[in-house]
Design a binder for this molecule. Structure first.
Ligand code: NAD
Length: 966
């Protein structure tokens, strides 16, 4: 085709100048297009940020509102007083809710229609015809992301197969290198509960549905295009695409394509690898280059996890990357057919200029734009003889909302090209080379930052743990003696430690302490404590900092040991190491903050100075479920204050306790200041707790043991120096409420994770899910479907979420609770029980009587009670009806419900619209009250002080009527 935009000399012009002239021509052409209407949603960009947020929240909420009254009421709640143009509608709502409700629904539906091409595959022929009239091709996308259960995944696959059947009719009509039929696919919707941190299992789950789809696509002559979603799915998407290219069955088709996001720093490497792969397979693949639609999410997600931000942080850098990647694509059209998917005229013009400079024919590449957007650009490109394809999403009202909110955000962004153009920015500015602004000065480093967990979705980050697991299992089991006064102590009695997932696997032996070692450890600690207290705080804090560094350095080994000894899934074991690191760094910083004390001079002539003493010698008694973090946290908080401590790990996780203690000594803790006593709680616990030489006890564990310790410690004995301080953290019976506006797409996975991750063996775990009557019937089938997809199995496998319970006793106790529970409640579902280890199938009870043992006692296993509440009052009353007060949560999109939860839910840690486990040091100081514990909160201000005595020194500075001036 003759090139109208570019005279022949253009190929020789420099690309920058050509980009501008192509851009000018495009902009002129766009101005001539009829119907160049900009999306209505642009008006949203002009709104105040809080109005924009409120409106987007409302759009997200609308599908779950049913009556006119609800629709008006929620609009009122979110927007009252914020958006004057809507006041009339709100007033109408007061008189005629059904009318106003219908008007609102219609309004949002109209906006949705602007971005969603049709309700399903049935709309395909109509859209194809309409687009063909305009001269552009189409790729279809069946909306739906992150399916919760197998039925949802199956339905997604069926919709795609129906789309392929509809596309069959367009087979072979006038294509260049690829068929005209083109289907875009989000792989995350092909299998439920897809976990990108477990690539082998995820690929195995994805391949059967994908193969069906690819066969159908090959028969229909349709190109299948893999969309690129959030960063966590990137390695999996690339790996799946690469594996399909390698499969003999699909060597001759279907045609394949994949989207790459210019905003990711790693995309250039990915593209080069893809080009090499296509070349090796002598196969042409389509690549859609996009800027990337999840920028805000990626930045937020990375910052929240202390991970490197994977995206370019300014828009100009992304625009520049888009141009560089465009060039790379166009240089390899032998194996790649590029599609440039941007609404930014500068980016489009640059691709054209670049293609012309390389002397490429028009058929070698195409442009893509979203349905409902950039109509004038599409028309201008077609008018100039370019190939254009529209990305047309198809979907029903509800699943379309995530897509719709993304489009509204994009259209209302004040940074983007659309906004700049709508605001009348002159073309020279619109077309100029993207300018990267000076980076802002780095923020002043904070005293404390959370350690980053390992990002197992990135294969290279997972490699050290895989290696450590192999090494550890290949090494002969070690013997771990007690440590007293810097010396190893054996008692002649050894306890064998085994893997709960495979009880025949011996992991090591630890020496069993007796009362004699209790005496020795306390005497040694008493002798060593004064010198330690006299050591400057900076030196004591430095021991904690060094321990943090050592823990980080040994992270893969410690994580592997925790997977084997405590049966923890990968991410949870890794997070336990992070938490131990955090406790060290945070308490070190806290002690440095506290050390100078506080001086005040309320009136001339008097000075008051507060400061701290160590309490003396303490005993730290820890549970097995956070075997490093809790033992480490309690111990180092006491140590940094100048106390000596005896560490008593739980029997089930004593090898980890020994590993931690070895690192504590390596970090420089002087001999005697810490002692390691492994042993049975019932046997040495009472001797430790009641010993007159012990000044304080830090305990975390069960209510039965905790309350017994509290009582024993209260009794004073001969030779005791004072009343014993007890910091006692115990269990919970934690509730999560779902109200009728809860977003089930988020609430269901969050509830399942809170209840079943690590087989429910967390004090914070969800054990009572309280669901409002109004959504119960919608909720339950989806929840059961999603529960069926829970990965139960050996924690050595990265996909496992529900592993074994800790030992045979726990297994027998929980099994009995389930048997007895089935007599008073309905056993609604039980999952799979793997062979071999101490497994308990994840179990759901419904119709649980509120006063039954099931509903009131901590089970500490993978058992969840679902309670139905008739009203919010009922739900709050049920949630509070327990002597425990540890964690709790609410999922709701109604501000008033959340407000009420803040006021009324009696728990130490309340979580709104998220899961109820996973507290982070400093960000979420953790601990409860009632029968859940004494406080203070671990990982928060006040914790280190619990192991100190505060004293105040008051000095009269007046001498003969004269006071020094300050
Ligand atoms: P547990 O009470 O059985 O054991 C905890 C520790 O106490 C172990 O080291 C054990 O050896 C020791 N012990 C046992 N009997 C003793 C006695 N008579 N005297 C002194 N020490 C004794 O608890 P567990 O099974 O290891 O842990 C699970 C419990 O811990 C759950 O109830 C859970 O909710 C609770 N927990 C609470 C928190 C929290 O922060 N609130 C955190 C983790 C676990």
């Amino acid at each position: 085709m003759e090139c109208r935009l570019f005279p022949a000399y253009l190929g020789r012009m420099n690309v920058e100048a050509a980009t501008r002239s192509v851009g000018e021509a495009l902009l002129r052409q766009m101005a001539r297009q009829r119907g160049a209407l900009l999306p209505r949603a642009l008006a949203l960009g002009a709104a105040a940020p809080e109005v924009k947020t409120a409106l987007l929240r409302y759009v997200d909420l609308l599908p779950s509102l049913h009556t006119g009254r609800e629709k008006v009421g929620h609009l009122q709640a979110l927007l009252a007083g914020k958006a004057p143009p809507l006041e009339a509608l709100l007033r109408l709502g007061a008189y005629a809710p059904p009318l106003a409700g219908a008007a609102i629904q219609l309004g949002v539906r109209l906006v949705a229609r602007q971005f969603v091409a049709g309700p399903g595959p049935g709309a395909i022929p109509r859209i194809l015809r309409a687009n063909a009239r305009r001269g552009w091709e189409t790729t279809f996308d069946l909306l739906g992301e992150a399916v919760l259960g197998q039925a949802e995944a199956d339905a997604f696959l069926e919709r795609n197969l129906a789309a392929l059947a509809a596309l069959r009719s367009v087979k072979g009509e006038g294509e260049a290198r690829f068929p005209r039929g083109n289907l875009s696919l989000k792989i995350s919707a092909l299998a439920p509960g897809l976990n990108p941190a477990a690539p082998e299992a995820a690929l195995a789950a994805l391949k059967p549905p994908l193969h069906r789809l690819l066969r159908a696509a090959r028969d229909a002559g349709v190109l299948v295009h893999f969309d690129m979603e959030a960063y966590a799915l990137r390695p999996l998407t690339l790996a799946l695409f690469a594996s399909v290219l390698d499969e003999a069955e699909f060597a001759q088709g279907p045609a394949l394509g994949i989207a790459l996001q210019a905003y990711l720093r790693e995309t250039e490497g990915d593209l080069r690898a893809l080009i090499a792969h296509a070349r090796a397979r002598r196969r042409v693949v389509a690549v859609r280059l996009v800027k990337g639609a999840y920028w805000d999410y990626e930045v937020l997600a990375a910052r929240q996890r202390s991970w490197p931000v994977p995206v370019w942080e300014t828009k100009a850098e992304t625009d520049l990357a888009f141009e560089a990647l465009s060039r790379l694509l166009l240089e390899h059209t032998e194996f790649i057919t590029p599609a440039f998917a941007s609404h930014n005229v500068r980016s489009v013009a640059h691709a054209i200029a670049q293609a012309e400079a390389l002397g490429l024919p028009r058929e070698a590449y195409e442009f893509q734009a979203l349905y409902g957007m950039a109509g004038d650009l599409k028309a201008a490109l077609v008018a100039e003889g370019h190939r254009v394809r529209e990305y047309a999403p198809l979907g029903a009202w509800l699943p379309g909302m995530a897509y719709l909110v993304r489009r509204l955000l994009e259209n209302s962004s004040n940074e983007g090209f659309l906004h700049a153009r709508a605001a009348g920015t002159p073309s020279a500015l619109l077309l100029q080379t993207p300018h990267v602004p000076e980076p802002p000065p780095p923020p002043t480093p904070r005293a404390f930052r959370n350690a980053a967990n390992t990002d197992f979705t990135q294969p290279e980050a997972a490699a050290p743990l895989r290696a450590a697991l192999s090494t550890l299992q290949a090494s002969p089991p070690q013997h771990w003696p007690l440590r007293i006064g810097g010396l190893s102590v054996e008692t002649g009695e050894w306890h064998a430690s085994h893997n709960p997932a495979q009880p025949a696997q011996l992991l090591g032996h630890w020496a069993v302490a007796t009362e004699a070692e209790v005496e020795a450890a306390i005497a040694t600690a008493r002798a060593a404590q004064p010198a330690w207290e006299a050591t400057p705080v900076t030196e004591r804090a430095a021991v904690l900092d060094r321990l943090a560094t050592l823990l980080e350095a040994h992270r893969p080994h410690l994580t592997a040991l925790e997977i084997l000894e405590a049966g923890k899934p990968w991410p949870e074991a890794d997070a336990d190491v992070s938490e131990a690191v955090d406790f060290c760094r945070y308490y070190a910083a806290e002690m440095r903050r506290l050390a100078p004390g506080r001086t005040t001079q309320p009136t001339p002539g008097e000075s008051n100075q507060s400061g701290y003493f160590a309490r003396g010698v303490g005993v730290v008694i820890a549970p097995w479920n956070f075997p490093l973090a809790i033992l480490c946290g309690m111990a180092v908080a006491a140590l940094v204050g100048g106390n000596a401590v005896i560490l008593k790990p739980a029997e089930q996780s004593s090898l980890l306790g020994a590993a931690l203690f070895a690192l504590l000594e390596e970090a420089g803790l002087p001999p005697g200041v810490g002692a390691l006593l492994m042993g049975e709680g019932e046997r040495i616990g009472p001797a430790l707790v009641s010993h007159p030489g012990v000044d304080f006890i830090a305990f975390t564990g069960s209510r039965a043991v905790g309350t017994a310790i509290y009582e024993q410690a209260a009794r004073t004995r001969e030779g005791q120096r004072g009343l014993k301080k007890v910091v006692c953290e115990m269990g919970g019976k934690n509730a999560l409420i779902l109200d009728t506006t809860a977003d089930l797409d988020e609430a269901i996975p969050a509830a399942l994770h809170s209840a079943f991750a690590y087989a429910g063996q967390k004090c914070s775990a969800l054990s009572r899910l309280i669901v409002l009557e109004g959504i119960y019937d919608t909720f339950l089938p989806r929840f059961l479907e999603a529960a069926a997809a829970l990965p139960v199995g050996d924690p050595r496998l990265p996909e496992t979420l529900v592993g074994p319970v800790i030992d045979a006793d726990a297994q027998a106790r929980i099994a009995r609770t389930i048997r007895e529970g089935a007599r008073e409640a309905t056993l609604a579902w039980q999952g799979y029980t793997p062979e071999g280890g101490f497994y308990i199938a994840p179990t759901l009870f419904t119709e649980v009587p509120p006063h039954s043992a099931l509903a009131r006692e901590e089970i500490f296993g993978p058992v969840l009670c679902i309670l139905r509440a008739a009203s919010l009052d009922d739900a709050f009353a049920l949630a509070n009806d327990t002597p425990y007060a540890l964690t709790g949560g609410v999922f709701s999109r109604t501000p008033q419900t959340l407000e009420r939860a803040r006021r009324e839910l009696r728990v130490g840690n309340l979580y709104l619209n998220r899961g109820i486990t996973g507290a982070l040091v400093e960000r979420h100081p953790f601990g409860g009250f009632g029968m859940s514990g004494t406080g203070p909160k671990a990982g928060g201000r006040g914790y280190v002080e619990a192991f100190l005595h505060e004293r105040l020194i008051t000095e009269n500075e007046v001498r003969r009527g004269f006071a020094p001036e300050r």
